[in-house]
Design a protein around this ligand. Structure first.
Ligand SMILES: [Zn+2]
Length: 313
């Protein structure tokens, strides 16, 4: 009886995402005046962006979209096709950055990938399209950093294709977020992080407002690549903004999973930790996009919307 109780307690008690070491990102404050920022961001920049579908998967719509929102009244829950995207950003002097990691070359193939135990079963049905290693190999420049939107498993599965020592950035408090499901994911997340340097955390130092975003980080000091604090989906969720040769490109992460959610300003469903805070962050991103005419917006789990996301009536 005691053993059963102990086991139940262990399984039900919330544990942190990972004990992998974390260090402050220690970025200097931007030198660009706030009044000039929006004008600068509306000007094409030096970064070449390409979007890559790393894997295809399907999950429940009620996790991706808040079906209790009156705007979602016509939507029906069910398995919904999504993608695990990697956004590659090539800067002429700082190298290659990726927003999220897709899947690694070995993921879901044989036993050598990072996906362990029951998680392997949960990810059954996922198919690899372009692993992160291939995305990096074809970039033609060395990697400068990995920009994690948040530390849910489906954003970490490509990390073993990243060379050890590469700076990996995450939001503040992201590794210590507690959740009952973390215990089940523990081995898989440890395998993804194995061999990597301490994660660099956006802890507020060097942050400044960027339009409606309270905390933004000028990652390269030239105003071309920004990390935007958008808590809610997870405590340290981040979005990113790049000044590309095609104009501004915004990556929402899972503050918004679907194109339908972005267009209708409806937050994610059960996959989000703090719905009110997620709504505030999504509103902030929508307000930022209003200031950037012509901005290209990429949500967390769709690229072109063809064959994925909400099948709206
Ligand atoms: Zn996700």
């Amino acid at each position: 009886m005691r053993l059963t109780l102990l086991l139940s307690f262990t399984l039900l008690s919330a544990c942190v995402v990972t004990r992998h070491p974390v260090t402050p990102a220690a970025l200097p404050a931007t030198t660009i005046a706030e009044a000039e920022l929006i004008t600068l961001l509306n000007t094409p920049g030096p970064i070449v962006h390409s979007v890559h579908v790393s894997a295809r998967w399907a999950t429940k719509l009620s996790g991706l979209v808040n079906l209790d929102d009156p705007k979602a009244a016509a939507l029906v829950d069910g398995e919904t096709p999504i993608v695990l995207p990697v956004h590659r950003l090539v800067h002429p002097s700082a190298g290659v950055f990726v927003v999220d990691t897709g899947v690694e070359r070995d993921t879901l193939q044989g036993e050598s990938g990072p996906v362990k135990g029951v998680v392997k079963l949960a990810l059954k049905g996922a198919t690899t399209v372009e692993p992160l290693g291939d995305v990096l190999a074809s970039a033609g420049a060395p990697i400068g950093g990995v920009l994690i939107t948040h530390m849910h498993l489906d954003h970490l599965l490509g990390l073993q294709d990243v060379p050890a020592g590469t700076p990996i950035y995450v939001g503040a408090g992201e590794t210590t977020a507690k959740g009952r499901g973390n215990l089940m994911l523990w081995r898989t997340i440890q395998s993804a992080l194995d061999g990597h340097a301490p994660l660099r955390s956006f802890d507020g130092a060097g942050a400044s407002p960027l339009g409606p975003i309270p905390q933004a980080y000028d990652l390269l000091g030239d105003g071309s690549l920004w990390a935007l604090s958008t808590p809610g989906h997870t405590p340290g969720s981040m979005a990113y903004l790049a000044r590309t040769t095609e104009g501004p490109v915004l990556f929402t992460g899972d503050t918004c999973h679907t194109i339908w959610g972005w267009e209708n300003n409806v937050t994610p469903g059960s996959f989000t930790a703090d719905h009110a805070l997620n709504a505030t962050s999504l509103n902030n991103l929508k307000a930022l996009a209003e200031l950037l005419p012509g901005v290209k917006v990429y949500v967390g789990h769709e690229t072109d919307g063809e064959g994925t996301g909400v099948d709206a009536p």
